[in-house]
Design a protein around this ligand. Structure first.
Ligand SMILES: Cc1cc2nc3c(=O)[nH]c(=O)nc-3n(C[C@H](O)[C@H](O)[C@H](O)COP(=O)(O)OP(=O)(O)OC[C@H]3O[C@@H](n4cnc5c(N)ncnc54)[C@H](O)[C@@H]3O)c2cc1C
Length: 415
């Protein structure tokens, strides 16, 4: 690795973008394989694993580190492990541009460029904001996401408002209730447009009876009513009847999408279904230089999934540097109702048993098929909860470049 005085890119073997569970796990694995001297992890934040660090609740660590942890404990463990394995991390480095193997970062010292042989994008996911949902009404600093609420409460120890409503009903929405309660904020209700919550039904009862927060399903948020940039109420519609709920804050929760705007702008093969780039089982893209792991491939899933994906990607990067070959792949065609599929590229001429992960954006029951050259090679009955992935057994047949692969889904007819 060298620093060029005339502003040319700094050469490294491996660049990892994102110091969350996926990026750090990959870096540790690569360090164990001898790459610690020519690898850098970059993150735009000023601390490692900021997404998990915000979560001051249990639910982390058991699968990877064999003990239950809070998000903060988990982030500190990742940081410590990275240090133990001599992983070099560049914080406050925001990736702003990708040009082939040249990466441009915005830093407090100005723009810095690196050139890397292999790049792992592990940039995580972000929650859907009010602006992307086109909700009418005024603007206010008290219209925020769960992540921002957690930052206020757990990092800055502030109570930003008194009475909030939560928009969305994924698991993270219930985490938002816990955080709000911890700060002494009243949550008057959860608003969900769909007829069922976008998580396990039991959470709806737990919310109503244990947390005293009702969940309003089949309810649409029409507007956020503000005066002088202060939230006064929201207007909702249920069964074609409009109603006003008083509150001084609105928390948009969930609706996670991959943090992939940069990839969309600079990488070929951006896949709009996944809002990410096509990848193989080894998290490699069609371009031998690029790998993706963690929530950037799909939106939110638990940290341990991201950690193990990062680990696998790390090993694949090591092998790819050794072999320096380009994977020959067939892209899977994916049927409409399916929200996400991993992998989307199958490597040719490899006889191995694969697992395939699939997610749906809504509750659904039906039959999933995998077709090879229009012939069914796998059929599985499934019952899906939104945004939780279903693992299906793949098959054991080597794929040829000329083969056609398709995943289809037929929903059970409601009687
Ligand atoms: C409110 C909430 C509650 C949660 N609760 C749980 C739980 O109880 N249990 C659980 O297992 N998981 C939980 N999670 C999910 C868990 O935090 C994530 O699954 C995990 O952090 C994802 O890991 P990742 O490495 O893919 O991405 P992240 O941890 O999000 O890391 C991505 C990193 O990339 C950086 N980055 C992004 N873009 C750039 C750029 N352009 N330049 C430089 N750096 C960049 C970000 O700063 C970030 O640090 C929760 C998440 C949230 C938001």
């Amino acid at each position: 690795m060298y620093q060029n005085d005339i502003g040319e890119p700094i050469e490294i073997d491996i660049a990892i973008i994102g110091a969350g569970p996926a990026g750090i796990a990959a870096a540790i694995e690569l360090s164990k394989l001898g790459h610690d001297k020519n690898m850098l992890v970059f993150d735009r934040e000023n601390q490692v694993a900021m997404t998990s660090r915000h979560c001051d609740h249990q639910g982390f660590g058991l699968m990877e580190f064999y003990r239950p942890m809070t998000g903060l404990d988990y982030a500190m463990t990742l940081e410590r492990k990275a240090k133990e394995h001599s992983v070099a991390i560049k914080l406050k480095h925001s990736l702003t541009h990708i040009n082939g193997d040249i990466l441009t970062f915005s830093t407090i010292d100005g723009e810095i460029k690196y050139i890397a042989k292999r790049i792992l994008f592990a940039m995580g996911a972000r929650e859907t904001t009010r602006s992307s949902m086109a909700i009418s009404g005024g603007r206010s600093p008290n219209i925020i996401t769960t992540g921002a609420l957690q930052r206020f409460v757990h990092i800055h120890h502030r109570k930003p408002f008194n009475k909030a409503v939560i928009i969305g009903s994924e698991i993270v929405s219930f985490s938002a209730i816990m955080t709000a309660r911890e700060a002494g904020i009243e949550v008057t209700g959860i608003i969900e447009e769909e007829d069922k919550i976008k998580s396990f039904s039991i959470l709806s009862y737990a919310s109503k009876y244990l947390l005293k927060t009702p969940v309003h399903t089949s309810t649409k948020l029409l507007s956020i009513n503000t005066e002088d940039k202060e939230v006064k109420s929201i207007t909702i519609s249920k069964n074609n009847t409009e109603q006003t709920i008083e509150c001084d804050a609105v928390i948009f929760s969930g609706g996670f999408v991959p943090e992939s705007s940069l990839l969309q702008k600079h990488l070929h093969d951006f896949n709009l279904l996944n809002r990410s780039t096509d990848i193989t089982h080894n998290f490699q893209t069609k371009d031998k230089r690029y790998f993706l792991a963690g929530n950037v491939i799909r939106g939110a899933l638990t940290a341990f999934n991201c950690y193990f994906e990062g680990k696998k990607a790390g090993i694949a990067i090591h092998k790819s540097l050794q072999k320096n070959d380009i994977p020959i792949t067939v892209k899977i065609e994916i049927g409409g109702a399916i929200g996400w599929c991993y992998p989307t590229l199958i490597e040719c001429n490899k006889k191995q048993k694969y697992l395939c992960k699939i997610r749906f954006p809504k509750h659904t029951k039906g039959v999933l098929n995998i077709l090879l050259n229009d012939k069914e090679v796998m059929r599985q009955e499934i019952s899906a909860v939104p945004y939780l992935s279903i693992t299906v057994d793949w098959f054991n047949i080597p794929i040829k470049k000329s083969d056609r692969l398709e995943v289809t889904y037929k929903e059970e007819q409601k009687s």
